[in-house]
Design a protein around this ligand. Sequence first.
Ligand code: ZN
Length: 322
Amino acid sequence: MVTPYPLKFQPDFKERVWGGRALEQFGFSIPEGAIGEAWTIADHANGRSTVANGPLAGKGLDDIRAELGTAWFGSKGSAAKNGRFPLLIKLLDCQDDLSVQVHPNDSYERLTEGELGKTEMWYILDAAPGATIIYGLQQGVDRDAFAKAIAEDRIMDVLEVVPVKTGDSFYIPAGTVHALRAGVLVAEIQQNSDTTYRVYDYNRPGLDGKPRELHIEDSLNVSTYGDSGASRMETTLDSSHTWLKLAESPYFLTEKGQVDGRWQLHASPESFVIHIICEGSGSITWEDGTLEVKRGDSLLIPAQLGEYWLEGNMTVLRSQLP
Ligand code: ZN
């Protein structure tokens, strides 16, 4: 039996038409090309991360789930509907605009077998001056108005565009029309799903030179008209060593905290914890060891780790199952 310890992963990198090279700043050796996504904690048919440290190095998150699932992920963490790890964690480098898109919820009847809906949230690690994102439909836009705008190639007329800056947090429930746009570096916490319905792709070619597929009918079906429950906030912290809630959904609870010195924390037997280091550097120490951590790292804390300490000067996110 392997003694529990915090897991760091080798991400699965994805080339994207809108990607770039910014993920190199986190010390990753990324493949050539326009790399848009690092799937840092992933157990999905389309991508898996592998353990980079300790006795389990080289194993995939899928292997960990199969061999150690309930003990390491906690009583809630091993009950995911598709049998896999319940969350998917990514870092996104948006050098260009992402397609305007929307995700279904778990009950959409046209979901592919084994796929789940996708509620997600973004924490903005870095934003260029003047950067914006697409964040929902404008007020009063119903299905007919949305369909008409798409058909007449003037979708931007019905979308809400909002400014974004470093440290902002966005909660995007399934059904919210959205798009990240050029100039942002994002940490994404989401349901473990890869189902995206693309509404609009700026009439641009994909990586293979052909336009990427659009999914207009599915998009119209799954979009929420009226309040989707999306929310956004600035996340300035007044003090260190307390948690500020960024998003609470049926799928994840995410908070932000500031480490300044030594912060004692405790794993819960009910759920793993995921820490993403947003700023700064330091270490994590537990009963049997210590590990250096820095900006861009994602850590999976096993449910049975017990007490642990974050130490140093850093901004961290904490995500767990609600
Ligand atoms: Zn999305």
